[in-house]
Design a protein around this ligand. Sequence first.
Ligand SMILES: Nc1ncnc2c1ncn2[C@@H]1O[C@H](COP(=O)(O)OP(=O)(O)OP(=O)(O)O)[C@@H](O)[C@H]1O
Ligand SMILES: [Mg+2]
Length: 446
Amino acid sequence: MRSLLIVEDDPLVRKTLASQLAKKGFDIAVAETGEDGVRAFAEKSPDLVLLDVRLPDIDGLEVLRRIRERDRRAAILVMTAFDDMKTTVEAIKLGAFEYLVKPLNATELDLAIEKAFQVRALEEKVSHLVEERTKEYTIDNIIGRSAPMRGVFKIIGSVANTRTNVLIQGESGTGKELVAKAIHYHSPHRDEPFIVINCSAIQDTLLESELLGHVKGAFTDAVSETKGKFEIAGKGTLFLDEIGDVSANLQSKLLRVIESRDFMKVGGERVLKTEARIIAATNQNLKALIEKGRFREDLYYRLKVVEISLPALRERREDIPDLVAYLLEKIDRELRRNVRKVPPEVMKALTEMPWRGNVRELENALTRAVILAKGDVVLKENLPLEPDERRAFPDDLVSLEEVEKKYVQHVLNAVKGSKTRASQVLGISRPTLDKKIREYGLEVGD
Ligand SMILES: Nc1ncnc2c1ncn2[C@@H]1O[C@H](COP(=O)(O)OP(=O)(O)OP(=O)(O)O)[C@@H](O)[C@H]1O
Ligand SMILES: [Mg+2]
């Protein structure tokens, strides 16, 4: 008979679970405290443990650690009433098989138990790697308790200790860089560099020498030898942002480096090795780019050994209140305006907006509202709530000059290049308009 140990201090939950699962034919043992749990595990070696995270004596994660120390193959399902990034990642890193949030859903529980047994059966056949012991956290700032974000935390927890390449996809502002950092700072090589390179911001040949480095005299401006990011990253992480924008030429070079793990500096002859973990990110649909022949399929498969898809903010609206609280605190640390209060109707409006620029847009909107606030309350009138007004502004906070430049160009286009009409619409004189056209380098249609 398959045996199951339930470690749970809440008598009601414990009894309900025990009777439900006994009916399903499991041999049940129970423990009320962490110490009892560890002891019961040692005595009974159950096939599976259902473990509560919050226990009266020792922390559930500590119980998890001790059980796994005793038996590295112990199958443990962690249950908790609160769910956050920290416990999820830590539990999965410590080897929990699954993470369930209370109140437990019977089907979800059944599935998790079934899956755990299947995996155990498999594991008994296959020898597996010894996991490294984990240390504490360095960062813990990804907010979200929605189902898709919990999925993301689980993946972070399971890839952190490996060296595999990871591909992060998601719309702009969904937290791709944040996730890349979380993976790095949860990894055993967290003290090595985390190097970001934005592939769309740098011109092709420069990007190549940024990545590989160059020797003196490799090209006109190469006055001295430089190290490339592949070298600088050491055993750390190289974060290739906007990977979808890399040219065909560089794509094939990258593929070579990733496959062979060695490379030469531009103009160099010595073969260097790289040990960096590659995390790539994109807000483009790489599959579509592959179909159009703009991205190499082989490179795509090399990069997406593990894939993380970040949900858009509008797909996880239940996380918005947590995010608002977190972001207001973050903004307050910088601006010191002490604006922390959000009336219910404002919160409601915030959770209903489209947020095409995702968390970054939410952060920008809140920053603006904090700056404009009169007291300590976020006011509805200071949020870009009107759909039309909203779209009139760019998603990023930019200077007035930038907005002016775009708007004058917009008017010029709208009046088909008639400077007379444009100056009337803008309420400025012709010479002023001419000056702006010159200074901003605007285009006047004919
Ligand atoms: N889940 C989250 N919790 C807290 N802050 C978040 C979260 N997701 C994103 N942010 C914040 O939103 C901003 C944008 O995040 P980030 O730069 O990681 O997004 P991105 O996906 O890389 O965007 P882009 O494609 O525009 O580069 C950052 O200030 C980040 O700290
Ligand atoms: Mg980014």
